[in-house]
Write a protein that binds this ligand. Sequence first.
Ligand code: UDP
Length: 251
Amino acid sequence: MLILYLKEFLFKGHMNKKEKIYEGKAKIIYATDDPDLMIAYFKDDATAFNNKKKGVIADKGIINNAISSKLFQILTEQKIPNHFIKHLNEREMLIKKLKMLPLEVIVRNIVAGSLAKRMGMSEGDKLKRPVLEFCYKSDALDDPFINEDHILVFDLCKDQELINIKNQALRINDILVSFFDVQGIRLVDFKLEFGLFKGDVYLGDEITPDSCRLWDKKTNEKLDKDRFRRDMGGVEEAYQTVLNRLVKQAS
Ligand code: UDP
């Protein structure tokens, strides 16, 4: 561990970007000189409905890199293990290389999206406690909904890892609900992805308006990717509003 902290300290600011390791829908991941560290580059590309809808949101990569950096920093202060090390520049952050688990972990506070459909409810009802859901991360299968038995029977992760994931997801929810609340934003639901670093469960991926539902507390205006999914317009402005409120609160 001490060696890793030393490496992070030494490499901050002059980390060489090497070959592309992976390109996803919203980010490109690059190797660095250090096998434990990678660089995440945030793109402007937007997709929805498992790639069936595609588009570009101007400056989304810059805004999402800033939002995700800020939220990971808050989680780090609250001792949530996560991959974030440093905001490097407008579109890039330095991260730890995790061995990602093939799971999407969804945390819900208010009924919306697929839960509203599944339960035949209208969007906006507050849940009496947070609800956790899991999807198997597979584009080919459309990220199917799965339960804890499936996760363990199909060896998607170990028993103790699942316990840690659930505990961390609920703690992250508590931290983020309070943080957004101060800025007049309701954290309706969001998606997390976890991985393993030296055998421990760490939060990876991103936390942005691409992966969260964020509603203005007073007006219920949507400040997230639903504006893109539902062709509502004002997508970039909504993302910028979230960033402005985060920055305002920070200063
Ligand atoms: N979500 C995501 N990626 C996905 C699926 C869902 O980031 O592949 C997020 C989504 O933005 C929302 C939450 O997870 O904040 C719950 O999404 P839901 O299951 O309602 O599906 P959706 O209606 O977004 O298809």
